[in-house]
Design a protein around this ligand. Structure first.
Ligand SMILES: [Ca+2]
Ligand SMILES: [Ca+2]
Length: 291
């Protein structure tokens, strides 16, 4: 089992620079202790010295099992996306396109088909990845989906952030961040429909999202980083920080997150849904990036 897990990890998450063979992995390889999918925690980021600490064998196995479960979830999402569209080419033009802009230039697409791109170029960095390409005006946008796009009910979780939903993308976080880094703008819509379930209670956050590198975000869609508010709170169109409050009416806070340093969302957290009338629904859009 462990051999299979190690194989899967290298096949699906490693880039070219770290894509050594399984036989090349030291017997006591130091495993990452940080959040999964985060680059630079495993000694491969060029930082001198060890940037992770080795735990016990049990801890290593637990971590491998967690990564294996996440890979299985990604695989199940990807299995529905394996119909990619080939791009006509001759000679040097046959190399994998680096972006949806290049796909558009070469294929003249006008739909939301799936294509294989390699954002940081061939034979280096991340491995080629499946994305959805779309045209918005004259811009070719890149869409990356995940396992949490469906409207999902939250019920029975009381404490701040007691409900937790991990967001698993079609691609590894290194690949997603490579697309973010090559883009001028990325955005992702986040929505919470609420019934007596708060996002903030006074100064205490009950609902939040987690940035790509594991930080608890302090703003909701349509508001600015550091604001501690939703869009309506920032624009002054609601009385508090957000529409979602303790009155028993259906309300909604939604908007686009567009701070590139924070995207994509890797976890959704909610609470205040334990009393009988309290409940909510979360919806998270695909990551959309512009050239
Ligand atoms: Ca590459
Ligand atoms: Ca409440």
């Amino acid at each position: 089992m462990k051999f299979v897990v190690v194989c899967l990890m290298f096949l699906t998450t490693a880039g070219y620079t770290s894509g050594q063979s399984v036989q090349g992995v030291p017997a006591h390889s130091c495993l990452s202790q940080g959040p999964p999918g985060i680059p630079g925690r495993d000694g491969r980021d060029g930082t001198p010295g060890r940037d992770c600490s080795c735990g016990t064998k049990d801890a290593e196995i637990d971590e491998l099992q967690m990564k294996y479960q996440k890979l299985e979830q990604r695989l199940s999402v990807l299995e529905n996306k394996n119909e990619t569209t080939p791009i006509p080419c001759t000679g040097d033009a046959c190399k994998i396109p680096s972006s949806c802009t290049e796909v558009a230039e070469r294929s003249g697409f006008n739909d939301q088909s799936f294509y294989v791109i390699d954002p940081d170029g061939p034979d280096r960095g991340v491995l080629p990845m499946v994305v959805q390409c779309d045209l918005q005006g004259d811009k070719a946008t890149t869409l990356i989906g995940h396992n949490s796009e469906t409207r999902t009910r939250v019920k029975g979780f009381q404490g701040p952030g007691a409900y937790s939903r991990d967001v698993i993308y079609w691609n590894s976080m290194e690949q997603v961040r490579a697309v973010v880094n090559q883009s001028t703008l990325c955005k992702q819509q986040i929505k919470y429909e609420c019934h007596g379930s708060v996002i903030w209670s006074s100064t205490t956050p009950y609902a939040w999202w987690v940035t790509w590198d594991g930080r608890q975000a302090d703003y909701w869609g349509g508001a600015s980083p550091g604001s501690g508010k939703c869009a309506c709170g920032q624009s002054g169109t609601c009385s508090g920080r957000c529409n979602c409050g303790n009155d028993l009416a259906w309300r909604e806070d939604s908007g686009f997150l567009s701070h590139k340093d924070d995207l994509p969302v890797i976890q959704l957290r909610f609470g205040d849904t334990d009393d009988p009338p309290e409940e909510g629904y979360h919806t998270l859009g695909k990551l959309i990036c512009y050239p």
